[in-house]
Design a protein around this ligand. Sequence first.
Ligand SMILES: Nc1ncnc2c1ncn2[C@@H]1O[C@H](COP(=O)(O)OP(=O)(O)O)[C@@H](O)[C@H]1O
Ligand SMILES: [Mg+2]
Length: 241
Amino acid sequence: MSYCNFSIMFIISYKILLLIENLMDDCCTITISQQKGGSGKTTIAAHLAVSLSQMNKRVAAIDIDPQGSLSRWHGIRQERYGNGFTGINLISKAGWKVQNEIFSLKTKYDYIIIDSPPHNETDAKTAIRTSDLVIIPMQPSPTDLWATDNTTSFCKQNNIPYQILLNRVPPNSKILPTLTKNLENILKTTIGNRVAFSSSFLDGKCITETQPNSPAAKEIKELVNEIITAIKIIKSGQVAV
Ligand SMILES: Nc1ncnc2c1ncn2[C@@H]1O[C@H](COP(=O)(O)OP(=O)(O)O)[C@@H](O)[C@H]1O
Ligand SMILES: [Mg+2]
């Protein structure tokens, strides 16, 4: 190969690499993580994915929890809306394939939402390390608070921005101010304890679809907007973890 051909090949490869890097930069990966089971990870992952898709964003969701609740919910969703018409590309993955999967999706989607298993397992750690933002759902109880420590410490060690989402908050919760007084990075939006979340979920749907004008749907919309704003700040490099 002549020197001239080699230079052209080099420039083309470099440009392609830059293009891929730009595409990857445009994508945002959000992992929903919390050591405690039942804190609302799957519920929040599904609602975030559906809401973003309702905003015409290209959304992939990865279920890395061996329990597979998000995948089961998506299976029902496919029956309701038809294969390929759920608004979300759901991928079920575990083990060493997780990281490769995330990287290959980054060039094709605006958002990748990852639902992770309880306990800080290897896959959950991999997902956190490759994320732009980690959302940690926490119910207002001492055991949820203690379980949260592990995830926040792991995010801090790895320089990954995180936000705590207070979930299933009862009205006028007296314990909340005491529980949260030493917590950093709490989202302003809180999610109430609402049965409608479960009923829409059973039908493969989300509350913004089944009851779009309900208080629960309003909370989810506020949550999504707050998360989008947080991501803009993170991507602009103005955030200190
Ligand atoms: N804000 C909420 N209000 C009422 N029920 C909720 C709420 N968030 C989650 N749940 C319910 O709590 C249970 C556990 O939620 P889930 O999302 O499966 O938690 P995780 O994935 O962390 O184990 C489910 O039955 C779900 O419907
Ligand atoms: Mg779950």
